[in-house]
Ligand binder design. Structure first.
Ligand code: FPP
Length: 247
């Protein structure tokens, strides 16, 4: 498929939603929806790169997801481990760098092990990065960053009087990553659910009714096309943005 889109977002983030509904609509157990969702993760990862995106962040498991029924949580962790073991080879072959954001240390030991191995083996790829948000919550990230920042101040590595967004930003899980330009949520829900609240301050949001297991490369291309038609102003006026672009 060839899609001509100007102004491609460098970093796209996706709230993958609708696995449960996809399964329920077909009279299947919810976990079947997650299983199909894993296949969409693979499709979306390669599709984003084909379309010129440099970084894709996927909200795979939120801090709040632990409150789901134990069997669903267990199945999701099992799927994650299965997915990572299966993909390691393709990440290396396709030069996909894997990175994570979230409280990884609270995930099951088996998942942590395969995550560590995969991030280590792919860390030298720098054309395209897949970021998995795992055990992630923006408020927890904020608390963790505040703690780390306070510790750095106490140790004399940071000066409280020099505090700025640029210095604080380095203590977030996303340190060193570009901010998301575009955040997509599937399944028709129009919430941000504690996802990249600070980093998404200037992101464009697109909400699509498509359920995650049904999300295709064409849906992603449509979102990129819509993004390219929007004018990002970062607090400026439209005239100022146009003048800056004409320079
Ligand atoms: C939302 O669907 C999706 C999740 C809670 C998790 C997303 C997980 C996957 C796509 C599979 C595992 C991920 C990886 C990276 C291997 P939902 O269950 O909330 O759907 P519903 O709102 O229709 O119930």
């Amino acid at each position: 498929m060839s899609v001509l889109v100007e102004n491609i977002p460098q970093h796209v983030a996706i709230i993958m939603d609708g696995n449960g509904r996809w399964a329920t609509k077909r009279g299947l157990p919810r976990i079947e929806g997650h299983r199909r969702g894993v296949e969409t993760v693979r499709t979306a990862t390669l599709a984003a790169r084909d379309l010129g995106v440099r970084m894709l962040t996927l909200y795979a498991f939120s801090i709040e997801n632990w409150k789901r029924p134990q069997d669903e949580v267990g199945a999701l962790m099992g799927l994650l481990e299965y997915y990572l073991k299966r993909e390691l080879e393709t990440f290396v072959r396709d030069r996909v760098r894997l990175r994570t954001i979230g409280r990884i240390e609270d995930l099951p030991a088996g998942v942590q092990k395969v995550l560590r191995m995969t991030t280590e083996e792919t860390k030298h790829f720098n054309d395209y990065t897949l970021v998995l948000a795992l055990n992630y919550g923006a408020r927890t990230e904020m608390v963790d960053a505040a703690r780390a920042y306070a510790a750095a101040v106490a140790a004399g590595h940071e000066k409280l009087n020099d505090s700025s967004w640029e210095t604080f930003d380095r203590y977030l899980y996303t340190a060193g990553m570009p901010e998301p330009d575009l955040i997509i949520r599937t399944s028709g829900e129009t919430r941000v659910s504690n996802f990249l609240l600070l980093q998404g301050a200037y992101a464009e949001y697109i909400f699509t009714p498509v359920l995650w297991p049904d999300f295709t490369k064409a849906d992603l291309a449509a979102a990129l096309a819509e993004y390219s038609r929007r004018e990002r102003r970062f607090g400026l006026t439209s005239e100022q943005v146009k003048a800056a672009m004409d320079k």
